[in-house]
Design a protein around this ligand. Structure first.
Ligand code: NAP
Length: 339
């Protein structure tokens, strides 16, 4: 049963999200001897745990499976003392009169003196007819999870970014044919991924086209696409449709609590401070210019150090230093201020 009455136990830090940013923050906070809980739904690792092979994470020249990488990060955080708590959803963040924060989840509320927001992102839905109806029956956002179901079959991947191209390439391990449906005639994906995709004989590119409808009886049987230049309709006979048309931040629960940009990404200052003192944000849900593991990890470390400094300042206030690390983006110093 949901109990939103905050626990009387007060942690030092609650980290919302156990992707690379949240887990890195967890490693740093727990090594800093802060009492730290990391909240995650599903499994640790976030989007990266669903990635077959990570090739651009330094130190693994052969690549490493996203799942293995996140398991290692999780083990490292837990080894230093962070507590990983499984939840289904975080529903609210509340500032309490005593200066603590309550993080309300479907499994009750926790209290802490500082909060690090790393809620990550999830795949955007296209909203076309058939998409919702065929979830689990041919429509997917996770090639790593579902790819093996399409051995010897035909699938379509929608999108032209890194996710679409990399996951499309992964699907060629199983499927006989992978249509890549992209709304332009040029891929957004990184050059190395593009080169591999163009060299793969199982990939067929459907340029200048957007999905309009997914059809089938019990399972997906076809994807109808429209050429945006000629308005010609084409029916692709496919058994599966994988949507990779961008990502949305998991931040609806933060609306009116911290600043969000027009797409819902969390706005901070250069030291990752939100407008709430002691609340920091990092990772893919942060309004930053680069959605990469390397970026998420750097931000996770910075958010943790900021939280530590904030708590140190609460514990040992220095007269006249009110706006140091304890400040918020709204009340505190500029991005260039020493923290
Ligand atoms: P993305 O880079 O935002 O790409 C989304 C793709 O979907 C774009 O090609 C876009 O077309 C297309 N699209 C958007 N809205 C659409 C719509 N309504 N209908 C049809 N097509 C639509 O998303 P992503 O590929 O998921 O990547 C997200 C971030 O993670 C990126 O920063 C990416 O670099 C990063 N990432 C990195 C790696 C890696 O480093 N190995 C792997 C995966 C993701 P346009 O191109 O025309 O805008």
């Amino acid at each position: 049963m949901t109990d939103s009455t905050p626990s009387t136990d007060i942690l030092d830090v609650i980290i919302v999200g156990a992707g690379p940013a949240g887990l890195t923050a967890g490693i740093y906070c727990s090594r800093g001897r802060l009492r730290t809980a990391i909240l995650e739904r599903n499994m640790a690792g976030g989007q990266i745990a669903l990635t077959e092979l990570v090739e651009n994470y330094p130190g693994f020249p052969e690549g490493i499976s996203g799942f293995d990488l996140s398991e290692k990060m999780k083990d490292q955080a837990v080894q230093f003392g962070a507590e990983l708590r499984e939840i289904e959803a975080v529903t609210a963040l509340r500032a309490e009169p005593d200066g603590c924060y309550s993080v309300v989840t479907d499994r009750g509320a926790l209290r802490a003196r500082s909060v690090i927001l790393a809620p990550g992102v999830e795949g955007r839905r296209s909203g076309i007819p058939g998409e919702a109806e065929f979830i689990g029956r041919g429509v997917s956002w996770c090639a790593t999870c579902d790819g093996a179901l399409y051995r010897g079959r035909t699938v379509a991947v929608v999108g032209g970014g890194d996710s679409a191209v990399e996951e499309g390439l992964f699907l060629t391990k199983f499927a006989d044919k992978v249509y890549l449906v992209h709304r332009r005639d040029e891929l957004r994906a990184a050059p190395i991924a593009r080169e591999r995709a163009f060299a793969n004989p199982k990939m067929e590119f459907v340029w200048d086209s957007v999905p309009r409808r997914i059809d089938g009886d019990q399972m997906v049987e076809a994807l109808e696409v429209e050429n945006v230049k000629t308005h010609e309709m084409r029916t692709l006979p496919v058994n599966g449709v994988f949507m990779y048309i961008g990502q949305l931040p998991n931040t609806t629960w933060l609306k009116d609590i911290v600043d969000l940009d027009e797409q819902g990404f969390i706005v901070t200052d250069g030291y990752l401070r939100t407008k709430l003192p002691g609340v920091f944000a990092c990772g893919d849900a942060h309004a930053n210019p680069l959605k990469q593991i390397a970026m998420a990890i750097g931000e996770g470390a910075l958010a943790a150090i900021q939280a530590q400094r904030y708590l140190d300042a609460l514990d040992s206030p220095v007269p006249g230093a009110a706006s140091a690390a304890g400040g918020s983006a709204a009340a505190g110093g500029s991005a260039a201020a020493p923290a």
